[in-house]
Design a protein around this ligand. Structure first.
Ligand code: NAD
Length: 351
């Protein structure tokens, strides 16, 4: 084993069913008394219900969160934060809403209680991606990490099956890149492997019955494990490519991750057989092939072309993704990435 630094896990986590009832107590435990509740427009009703439950602890709602944290939305939310006299934010939703909570927290010093309702995994991280004039930039900073995360499995029962599958593969991608991260450590690696076992065991039970609370609990637990891994180690080729395709071509976040994952993992497996051995053991077959079979079996999208990406877009994506160097266990050049993207575009099974 190589030497390592374990940075600790800094976020307080409340996990279970019915835990939404604990939001007020968690706000008070932070010494705060006026929470602005955030959501996307489709989750506005749930945000309003949560604000109502919070009673005097609620400063109101802002329900305009949008994918990739556009600056104009953040500015409107900041105005709501100031005008309501809020002293903390409660984000109720997926990565888009949690991103907005982070954007407010890092600008104001507000405490942030995050309630994730997808498996994307923003909640445990110090990472924020923001979009200005269509350009997405990502940064890491301690002020971005939420103070408290409340997982309530009941909030995930409404997550549509397609999103459940793609969001789970998005979560698994964090776990996989944690296994070969250059700053990996054995605690997070164990969490990542445990998460993959959980997804393998329980994702199909959720797709068969989305109301299966026990299976949903398992999957949400896997999402927490993967979010924690994402929050404390560096990501590599997979996240870079997903960021380029999502950010520069407007492709949907979870689907893009889901389609790329077997291909990026298969590519890196050539240099990390030992580190990725648990992935092959859990999903079966070769690393990339086993993940592709798992994704197909769960009903995930398999082809970038189905998201509307053109072959010319992929030339550009390969060029953007190889412009600046970043750590990855297997060296690559533009033509390697173009070949990988072609396979993901056509949806072929990695060997
Ligand atoms: P999302 O937050 O955009 O949610 C997608 C849609 O699903 C929204 O309309 C939302 O209202 C709806 N939804 C969410 N939960 C639901 C539920 N339980 N029931 C019914 N509908 C529900 O999508 P996402 O994939 O969770 O997040 C993607 C965004 O998060 C991207 O911008 C990505 O960059 C960011 N992200 C950031 C990090 C980080 O660490 N900074 C990590 C992961 C993702």
């Amino acid at each position: 084993m190589q030497g390592f630094t374990f940075p600790g896990i800094r976020t307080r986590v409340v996990f279970g069913s019915g835990t939404l009832a604990r939001v007020g107590a968690e706000v008070e435990a932070l010494g705060r008394s006026r929470a602005l509740v955030l959501s996307t427009p489709p989750q506005a009703e749930s945000a309003a219900a949560l604000a109502k439950d919070l009673g005097a602890l609620s400063a109101g709602t802002f329900t305009g969160a949008a994918m990739h944290t556009p600056l104009d939305v953040t500015e409107a939310a900041m105005e709501a934060y100031r005008s309501t006299g809020a002293d903390c934010v409660v984000s109720y939703g997926g990565g888009s809403t949690i991103g907005l909570g982070k954007a407010i927290a890092t600008r104001t010093g507000a405490d942030h209680v995050a309630i994730p309702t997808t498996y994307a995994g923003s909640e445990m991280t110090d990472i924020l991606g923001e979009t200005v004039d269509g350009e997405k930039t990502t940064r890491r900073d301690a002020s971005i990490r939420p103070e408290t995360v409340i997982y309530d499995v009941d909030t995930t029962l409404t997550l549509p099956v397609e999103m459940t599958v793609t969001s789970s593969l998005n979560a698994i991608s964090h776990g996989i890149e944690a296994l070969y991260a250059e700053d990996r450590n054995p605690i997070l690696s164990q969490m990542a492997v445990e998460a993959m076992r959980v997804f393998k065991r329980s994702l199909h039970r959720v797709t068969e019955d989305p109301q299966d609370r026990a299976a949903r609990t398992d999957v949400l637990y896997g999402a927490w494990l993967c979010s924690t891994a994402l929050g404390y180690v560096s990501m590599a080729l997979h996240h870079k490519l997903a960021h380029v395709i999502g950010g520069s071509f407007g492709m949907p976040h979870a689907e893009t991750h889901a389609i790329l994952l077997p291909h990026t993992t298969g590519f890196n497996a050539a240099a990390t057989q030992d580190l990725l051995a648990p992935v092959a053991e859990i999903f079966g077959g070769s690393v990339g092939g086993g993940l592709w079979d798992f994704a197909k079996g769960a009903g995930a999208p398999l082809r970038l072309r189905d998201l509307g990406l053109s072959e010319a877009d992929m030339d550009r994506a390969a060029e953007i993704a190889t412009r600046a160097p970043y750590p990855n266990p297997r060296p690559f050049d533009r033509s390697d990435i173009r070949t990988l993207l072609q396979a993901a575009w056509e949806g072929t099974r990695p060997q």
